[in-house]
Design a protein around this ligand. Structure first.
Ligand SMILES: Cc1cc2nc3c(=O)[nH]c(=O)nc-3n(C[C@H](O)[C@H](O)[C@H](O)COP(=O)(O)O)c2cc1C
Length: 451
């Protein structure tokens, strides 16, 4: 779901008018923070732009993280993919370039930065808790208290084959497993002797490293099933969500506050950072032109067909990208033509029918429909610098989110206009920090210190 921002902030939905009011127990902080999600392998970045760099070159990481730190960003965030995805039996082009191991890379980036948080996505299904806990604690010590773990449960059996384990944990069991994993990790961090004999682990180990300046790594979580939300409500400090549109963000906040209270924690204990993409320009008209250019360059005819093939689970190459959506049924299977995309095919028939109806109603071709889907993992803020700053000030006022996790569509220069043009306007509006609160990630996210 993508939303474009208008010049006039009063035209957006207001929390008062929304069907989903801000939860009465939630106290908005009145501020908004920013993080950057460096995806590496992805279909969001316009790699063919002349100013585009290399997705695995040190210079690309260096420039992005130093720009983010200049803009007082809370965190630099890396995703994880444990097996090369395949599309119709051949490795997906984006993945072939690969991505460096997150913790190795973040340890190197720690040495050229001072305040920005360093977040590594690591899954609980295929890692080992004792080893992973020790690696995170090492990063936390090396960075002097700036490490965070984005906990994911990576839910496809196909990735599991890469670990000779197949789909050995049912989806419903993944968070039970994750909780045992995090329990063990926390004991290691706290220097406790672990003697854990549960359904998921038999571990006898002890912590050996001192605690870092922030005590232990901050816990992020990304996964939006009811089990994932409850897990976050019990365990996480921050949620990386795909709900950036104001109304959906308010709704998600409401849901998370309810679950957090039910878990016996206070209403505002879990911070929420949805994914976001920005298309900024001096004027609204220029920004809309930029967004149009962006979508054309992110999604061409081949990508549009490939996107639909993921959901239909079959070869759709005979269909015209400028024609209507395929009027054929999806081939329902557990893993589709793009393996490792994380898509559950259970609802393929329903979803593809809805898409066909939506495209027909709006008069969209395959290509136009695929472009309209781009940016669906977060929210798109397209508008003038002042218009977007006004809009974000509105988010801060309602407390819909605590921050936004930006996916730049250009690497490595994709944060330049955000830091040079948007951040000062947010500061003028009093909704963005003017300096780092402290030197640890916990402090810079506004989280309370650990006991
Ligand atoms: C915004 C967002 C980003 C994510 N990034 C990754 C990632 O980089 N690597 C990964 O393995 N899982 C990632 N995931 C998480 C998996 O999709 C998640 O573990 C899986 O969907 C199972 O959780 P769920 O059923 O609760 O959604 C991400 C999820 C969200 C919402």
């Amino acid at each position: 779901m993508s939303s474009t921002v208008t010049e006039n902030p009063t035209t957006g939905p207001s929390a008062e008018e929304s069907a989903h009011p801000i939860h009465p127990s939630h106290t908005p902080s009145g501020t908004i923070r920013l993080g950057v999600f460096y995806q590496g392998v992805n279909s969001t970045t316009v790699w063919k732009a002349p100013e585009s760099g290399d997705q695995v070159a040190w210079e690309s990481f260096e420039r992005l993280i130093t720009t983010a730190e200049r803009g007082l960003f809370s965190a630099f965030f890396l995703g994880e993919g444990l097996r090369l995805r395949e599309h119709r039996g051949v490795p997906l082009e984006f993945d072939v370039a690969g991505r460096p191991d997150a913790q190795t890379l973040l340890a190197a980036l720690a040495s050229i930065t001072e305040n920005i948080g360093l977040v590594a996505t690591q899954n609980t299904t295929y890692n080992d808790p004792v080893d992973l806990a020790r690696r995170f604690q090492s990063l936390d010590l090396l960075s002097d208290g700036r490490a965070a773990w984005n906990i994911v449960t990576t839910d496809n059996a196909w990735t599991g084959e890469n670990f000779r384990r197949g789909g050995y944990i049912d989806h419903s069991e993944r968070y039970v497993h994750a909780e045992a994993f995090v329990d063990v990790a926390k004991k290691i961090w706290r220097g406790e002797d672990v003697d854990h004999a549960g359904n998921h682990y038999h571990v006898r180990a002890g912590g050996k490293l001192p605690r870092s300046r922030q005590g232990e790594p901050v816990l992020f979580q990304a996964g939006i099933s009811p089990e994932g939300r409850d897990f976050a409500a019990r365990t996480a400090d921050v949620i990386f969500s795909p709900f950036g549109d104001l109304e959906r963000a308010i709704d998600f906040r409401h849901d998370i506050v309810e679950r957090t209270l039910a878990a016996g924690r206070s209403a505002d204990e879990v911070r929420i950072y949805p994914g976001a993409e920005f298309a900024l320009a001096p004027t609204e008209a220029e920004a809309q032109d930029k967004l149009h250019w962006l979508r054309e360059n992110q999604v061409g005819p081949e990508q549009a067909i490939a996107l639909l093939e993921q959901y239909w689970g079959r070869d759709l190459s005979e269909f015209d990208p400028d024609g209507p959506l395929p009027d054929v049924k999806p081939e329902v299977s557990e893993s589709g033509v793009t393996r490792g995309a994380g898509f559950q095919f259970k609802k393929a028939e329903e979803l593809t029918r809805e898409w066909r109806e939506e495209a027909a109603e709006k008069g969209l071709s395959i290509l136009e429909f695929a472009r309209s889907r781009q940016g669906s993992r977060g929210s798109t803020f397209a508008g003038s610098y002042d218009g977007v700053a006004d809009r974000l000030a509105e988010y801060a006022r309602y407390g819909a989110v605590d921050g936004l996790n930006i996916t730049p569509w250009l690497v490595p220069g994709g944060l330049d206009d955000i830091v040079d043009e948007l951040v000062p306007r947010l500061q003028e509006r009093g909704v963005y920090p003017t300096e780092y609160t402290g030197s640890t990630l916990r402090e810079n996210l506004g989280l309370p210190p650990l006991d």
